[in-house]
Write a protein that binds this ligand. Structure first.
Ligand code: CAA
Length: 379
C-alpha cells in the first residue's frame, strides 16, 4: 500500500481546492444562515465533473478512482460541507449503486444524467421508524405484475428537493424480512411523489434535507435494481462505499478547522506574543494535526482497497468512525483556540463544529460502524 499520489490525483486535489476557495467560500456563511442550497455551485461542480467522478466515461463520468474522489471530497468539505454531502450522495451512493448493480438500460437512461449532474440523485432508505434498524422498512412496494405500487414515507433525505432521481428502498414481502426488500429507481415527476418540508438543521444547513411521501406511486419493474429481494443487500453494499465519502467529508471538516486554527494562532496576539508561541495552543494544534493525519491515512486506505477490488467494508466503517469522531473533537478545539472569535459566524469554525456532528450520524451512526467493525472482528 502506497500513499504517494499520482500527478492526476494531485491535479484533482488542486482543482477541487481552487474551486472550493474561489466559488464556495464566498457566500458560505450566508447560505448557512439562510439554509440555502448551493444550486449554482453544484451546477459548476457538475460542469467540472465533480458529480460523477468515478463513473465510466461511456456513461458521461470522469472515470476516476476512489482516491481522487476522496481528495476532492476533503478539499470541498473544508469549505462547504453542505455542497460536499450533495456531491457524496450523488457519487458514492446513487451513481455507484446504479453503475455497479443496474441494468444497461438503467445506466443509459439514469446514470448518464446523474454522472453529468443534469439530474441529482437521492438515496431513500431512512424512515421515521427505520434509521439504524434499516431492515424495519415500512414503505411498501407491492408487486402488481409489471410494476410496483409504492406507499410510505422516507425521512432526512439528502438532496430531497433538488433530486431528479430517487433510489427508494421498500418492502415487497414482509415474510421474507430483509430478503423481501427491493431498491427502485423512481423519477421525480412520478405521480404520487411529494417532497415534504425542508428540515431546519443544526449543521449542513445549506444541504437540502426533506421527507419524501410516496402515495400509490407506480414504478415499472424495469426500474428495480438487481433481482427481486436484493434491495437490502444493495443498500448495505452501497453504503459501504458511501461511508468512504462521508469519512472524507469528516476529514475535510477537521482539516479545514486545523488550517483555520494554524492561521489564527500565527496572527492573534496575547500576553505580548502570537498565541502560537504558547505551549497550551501548540499542544492542541499538535493533537489536531496528528488526528487529521491518522484519519487521512484511514480514508486513503479504504479508498485504495475499494480501487483494488478488495473487501473494504471494514476499512470504510473504521475510517468513518474515526474521521467523524475526530472531526467533532478538532472543531471543538478550533473554536477554543479562536476564543470569542470562534463563537461568531465570521470565523467559520463554529459552522465547521456544527457541520461535524452529522458525520457521526448519517450513513450509519458511530454505533452502527462499531457493529460493522465488531462483527468482522468476531467472525
Ligand atoms: N456490507 C454488506 N452487507 C451487509 C453489511 C455491510 N456492511 N451489513 C449487513 N449486511 C448484510 C448481511 O450480510 C445480511 O445479508 P445476507 O442475509 O445476504 O447474508 C443482511 O445485510 C442483513 O444483515 P444483518 O442480519 O446483520 O442485519 P441487521 O438488521 O442485524 O443489521 C445493520 C444490519 C448493519 C445494523 C444495518 O441495518 C445498518 O447498516 N444500519 C444502518 C443504516 C444506515 O447506514 N443508514 C443510513 C441512511 S442513508 C443516509 O444517511 C444517506 C444520506 O442521505 C446522507
Amino acid at each position: 500500500m502506497t500513499f504517494n499520489l499520482t500527478e492526476e490525483q494531485e491535479a484533482v486535489r488542486e482543482a477541487a481546492r481552487d474551486f472550493a476557495q474561489r466559488e464556495l467560500l464566498p457566500g458560505v456563511i450566508e447560505r448557512d444562515n439562510e439554509q440555502r442550497f448551493p444550486a449554482e455551485q453544484i451546477k459548476m461542480m457538475s460542469d467540472l465533473g465533480f458529480m460523477g467522478m468515478m463513473v465510466d466515461p461511456k456513461y458521461g463520468g470522469g472515470g476516476m478512482d476512489t482516491v481522487s474522489y476522496v481528495l476532492a471530497m476533503e478539499e470541498i468539505s473544508k469549505v462547504d460541507a453542505s455542497a460536499s454531502v450533495c456531491m457524496s450522495v450523488n457519487n458514492s451512493l446513487v451513481c455507484w449503486g446504479v453503475e455497479k448493480y443496474g441494468t444497461e438500460e438503467q445506466k443509459e437512461e439514469y446514470l448518464t444524467q446523474l454522472a453529468s449532474g443534469q439530474k441529482i440523485g437521492a438515496f431513500c432508505l431512512s424512515e421515521p421508524e427505520a434509521g439504524s434498524d434499516a431492515t424495519s422498512q415500512r414503505t411498501t412496494a407491492e408487486d402488481k405484475g409489471d410494476y410496483y405500487l409504492v406507499n410510505g414515507t422516507k425521512n432526512w433525505i439528502t438532496n430531497g428537493n433538488s433530486a431528479g432521481i430517487y433510489l427508494v428502498i421498500a418492502q415487497t414481502d414482509r415474510t421474507r424480512r430483509h430478503k423481501g426488500i427491493n431498491a427502485l429507481i423512481v423519477d421525480r415527476d412520478s405521480t404520487g411523489l411529494v417532497v415534504g418540508k425542508k428540515e431546519d438543521k443544526l449543521g449542513i444547513r445549506g444541504s437540502d434535507t426533506h421527507s419524501i411521501m410516496l402515495t400509490d406511486v407506480i414504478v415499472p419493474k424495469k426500474n428495480r435494481i438487481g433481482e427481486d429481494g436484493f434491495g437490502f443487500n444493495f443498500a448495505m453494499n452501497t453504503l459501504n462505499g458511501g461511508r468512504i465519502g462521508i469519512a472524507a467529508q469528516a476529514l475535510g471538516i477537521a482539516s479545514g478547522a486545523l488550517e483555520l486554527s494554524l492561521k489564527y494562532a500565527k496572527e492573534r496576539k496575547a500576553f505580548g506574543t502570537e498565541i502560537a508561541n504558547h505551549q497550551g495552543i501548540q499542544f492542541k494544534l499538535a493533537e489536531m494535526a496528528t488526528k487529521v493525519d491518522a484519519a487521512r491515512l484511514m480514508v486513503l486506505r479504504a479508498a485504495q482497497l475499494k480501487d483494488a477490488g478488495k473487501d473494504f467494508a471494514h476499512a470504510s466503517a473504521m475510517a468513518k468512525l474515526y474521521a467523524s469522531e475526530i472531526a467533532m473533537e478538532t472543531t471543538v478545539d478550533a473554536v477554543q483556540i479562536h476564543g470569542g472569535y470562534g463563537f461568531v459566524k465570521e470565523f467559520h469554525v463554529e459552522r465547521l463544529m456544527r457541520d461535524a456532528k452529522i458525520t457521526q450520524i448519517y450513513e450509519g451512526t458511530s454505533e452502527i460502524q462499531k457493529i460493522v467493525i465488531a462483527r468482522k472482528l468476531l467472525k
